[in-house]
Design a protein around this ligand. Structure first.
Ligand SMILES: NC(=O)c1ccc[n+]([C@@H]2O[C@H](COP(=O)([O-])OP(=O)(O)OC[C@H]3O[C@@H](n4cnc5c(N)ncnc54)[C@H](O)[C@@H]3O)[C@@H](O)[C@H]2O)c1
Length: 334
């Protein structure tokens, strides 16, 4: 029989409701507990997943000897506290992005995870999306510098808690980290400089932290990644789009659904299409289960997790100062 990874879900909101299917469909997982400060939400997720119990007390989950790993899917202000407490209790940690709201939080998690030796991964799923994996494979044997562009746009609700700095960290820390990780993964080289130009574009008084920016990341091999992040876009436009240019070849990915690549595999153009976006979450959950069950590397361990988190803090700093900010490994290996 295959080894099971018994999971406690902490945070039973929209994300847990939308993604528990990836736990249920994976034979490696068994959901044992659902926890939320809102007991009704916990009860609902327990019902859907067949968990043995639901609770509002995360401590019960951390000290349940029958739980191997926790999925931390709460709002951003509790990620550090729960990650540290889970690691100290010997539970493997899958924490949704962001890793933490600041560098001190990243450091606390890194220390707790290293001391306990548990597996730790952050939910940067984009880099594992099949079309992104294909792009990486296509470029694997190229030594050309890359120009990479990724757009993420939507009409982000002003009243969403992500816009409350102390709860959500704002758009760049709270969601942009996904894209900063994606650019690093596609570049395949270490980031050396972060520059961002942007500000608060929403007209709502509820938004008190920059919500739109053009961000440029320069990499050690000379590659350049650029992302346009807009929270004041249109629901009528596909949310994300990726373009990569290297060595007179090109790769275009539309919302993780349609991909065309030009000049690879001996063909002028190749198309690939899915019925719906695949942003890599199912693969990400599977790789985390395998890391716990078989001792392999988790999909987005400490260094990757902190790298994109630190870039996100630098984006806010660069928007505020108008200056580019140098970055090196010592900035994100805590
Ligand atoms: N990877 C992705 O593409 C993706 C997409 C959406 C959301 N997310 C992430 O998922 C996480 C949850 O987002 P969401 O959209 O489900 O938010 P949400 O507000 O819908 O749900 C959060 C839940 O956490 C609970 N909660 C808040 N503080 C808590 C605490 N201290 N202890 C226990 N429970 C607590 C709330 O009651 C709520 O039920 C966030 O980290 C978010 O960034 C990731």
């Amino acid at each position: 029989m295959e080894k099971k990874v018994n999971v406690g879900i902490i945070g039973c909101g929209a994300f847990a409701a939308n993604t528990n299917k990836f736990l249920l469909s994976n034979p490696l997982y068994s959901v044992r507990a659902a926890c939320d400060v809102n007991l009704n939400a916990a009860e609902q997720i327990a019902g859907v997943t067949g968990a043995a119990y639901y609770t509002a007390d995360a401590e019960k989950v951390f000290y349940d000897p029958d739980i191997d790993a926790v999925f931390i899917t709460t709002r951003h202000d509790s990620h550090v506290d729960y990650s540290v407490r889970a690691a100290k209790a010997g539970k493997h940690v899958f924490c949704e992005k962001p890793m933490a709201l600041d560098r001190a939080g990243c450091r606390k998690i890194a220390e707790a995870v290293r001391q306990s030796g548990v597996k730790y991964s952050v939910g940067y799923n984009r880099g594992l999306a099949p079309m992104i994996a294909k792009a990486k494979a296509l470029m694997a044997s190229q030594d050309d510098k890359k120009m990479i562009y990724h757009r993420i746009q939507d009409p982000f609700p002003a009243a969403h808690w992500t816009n409350i700095p102390e709860v959500g960290g704002g758009r760049f820390v709270g969601e942009g980290c996904h894209i900063f990780d994606l650019l690093c993964q596609l570049a395949g080289s270490a980031p050396v400089r972060v520059y961002a130009s942007g500000g608060i574009f929403s007209k709502s008084e509820l938004v008190k932290i920059p919500d739109c920016a053009a961000v440029t990341i320069t990499f050690a091999d000379g590659s350049v990644g650029m992302t346009l992040i807009s929270g004041t876009g249109s629901a009528g436009v596909p949310k994300e789009s990726t373009e990569i240019y290297a060595g007179c070849k090109a790769i275009m990915i539309e919302n993780f659904t349609r991909m065309s690549y030009f000049g690879y595999e001996g063909r002028e153009r190749t198309n690939w299409e899915f019925d719906a976006p695949d942003k890599g979450m199912e693969i990400e959950f599977d790789l985390f289960a395998k890391s716990v069950a078989y001792g392999t590397e988790p999909p987005n361990g400490l260094a990757n997790a902190a790298r994109a988190a630190v870039i996100s803090y630098m984006v806010n700093e660069s928007v505020a100062s108008g200056e580019p900010i140098p970055i090196c490994e010592a900035d994100y290996v805590f």
